[in-house]
Design a protein. Structure first.
Length: 364
């Protein structure tokens, strides 16, 4: 002991003790949640509560997404097949046409397609559903591919049915009515000075059904292509038609798709109605015409008017391009020509379209 140092208490020797560490951090505790929230408000990105597990959910999500995409592809093919079958059934119920192969009507197997499609949609995750969904789609697409191949190999100038038709005028009839119904046609209609009331040439793979008769003061003619179609047919028909210029005429033309040239200059047409799903039409109006009615979902139409006719035009549309000369708009859908002072007759034109480009010009 150093005598120079003051007396100090002697500290007992303590054994070695482990270093004190804070208790482990519990990520699920309320305190941890509060710390995470405070750090987020202070601009510090929060740390994940569960370390080491962030990559596994991403891998699982990617695998599930790929499986859903594969299943959805086959289900989409099946739905497209159902849409096509439903469209064909609708056209058949509306008597537009029906399909057959060598006399076998395909409408007999439409219910089978619908039943198989229902099974495919219900079980599209299984291999059975995928196989049948693909087969249904290939069969339906094959129909239209076969039609396209046959049509390309057999142009309309090499048709099975070609005929010349003529009908004499009925001496007791005061006027005539004519109905023309085709599926897809190239129509040329003109007036002609002839002893017959009607003459025409017809080229098509489809047979033409002709009905005629007389009722009261008028005679009528109905020309309609057969509705029962062979799958391996060219649906395109070429028609050249001439009518007499000495008898009043009421004309009604109906097509699904049409390319038309209608010249009414040398006719006594009183009322003309032209209806189509889609058409490209050029119409020359005669001075005897009183009413012209045109309806189409899609159309490209040019109308030529005589100068001595005052025109009242009703034009309704969804998507349109209308070119008018010497017309004034009198209402939301109504127009009148400006030649009312010099006109000798009145013509009412009514046109209704889904989408159309319409051009109305005056004859020189």
């Amino acid at each position: 002991m150093d005598p120079m140092q003051p007396n100090q208490p002697i500290q007992p020797i303590q054994p070695n003790q482990p270093e004190q560490t804070p208790p482990p951090h519990d990520p699920t505790s309320l305190e941890s949640f509060i710390r995470q929230t405070s750090a987020g408000q202070a601009g510090i990105p929060p740390q994940p509560l569960f370390q080491g597990t962030t990559s596994q959910p991403q891998i699982i999500e990617k695998i599930v997404y790929k499986k859903q995409r594969v299943h959805g592809f086959f289900r989409t093919l099946t739905i497209l097949s159902l849409v096509v079958i439903g469209f064909l059934m609708l056209l058949e119920s509306l008597n537009v046409f029906s399909l057959n192969i060598n006399g076998f009507n395909l409408n007999l197997i439409y219910p089978i397609f619908i039943l198989f499609s229902s099974i495919v949609i219900w079980s599209y995750r299984w291999l059975f559903g995928k196989i049948f969904g693909l087969l249904l789609f290939l069969v339906v697409v094959g129909w239209f591919f076969t039609i396209w191949v046959y049509t390309s190999l057999n142009p309309s100038t090499e048709t099975k049915f070609g005929s010349y038709i003529s009908y004499p005028s009925a001496s007791t009839a005061q006027y005539s009515k004519m109905y023309l119904t085709t599926l897809v046609s190239d129509l040329t209609f003109v007036g002609k000075k002839t002893d017959n009331f009607l003459e025409w040439n017809y080229w098509s793979d489809r047979k033409l059904l002709v009905f005629s008769g007389s009722t009261g003061n008028y005679q009528y003619y109905s020309f309609q292509e057969e509705t029962n179609l062979n799958l391996l047919q060219n649906y395109y028909s070429i028609i050249s038609l001439w009518v007499t210029s000495t008898q009043p005429l009421y004309l009604y033309v109906k097509n699904l798709l049409a390319l038309q040239k209608i010249d009414l200059t040398d006719t006594l047409a009183k009322t003309v109605k032209v209806h189509a799903g889609a058409m490209i039409s050029d119409i020359v109006v005669g001075s005897s015409l009183k009413n012209l009615d045109i309806e189409s979902s899609l159309a490209d139409i040019t109308i030529h008017l005589p100068k001595d006719v005052w025109v009242k035009l009703t034009y309704k549309h969804l998507v349109w391009q209308l070119e008018l000369a010497d017309f004034e708009q009198k209402g939301p859908w109504y127009f009148e020509s400006t030649n009312i002072a010099s006109a000798q007759k009145i013509l009412n034109i009514t046109m209704r379209f889904g989408g159309a480009r319409t051009k109305i010009v005056w004859n020189k």
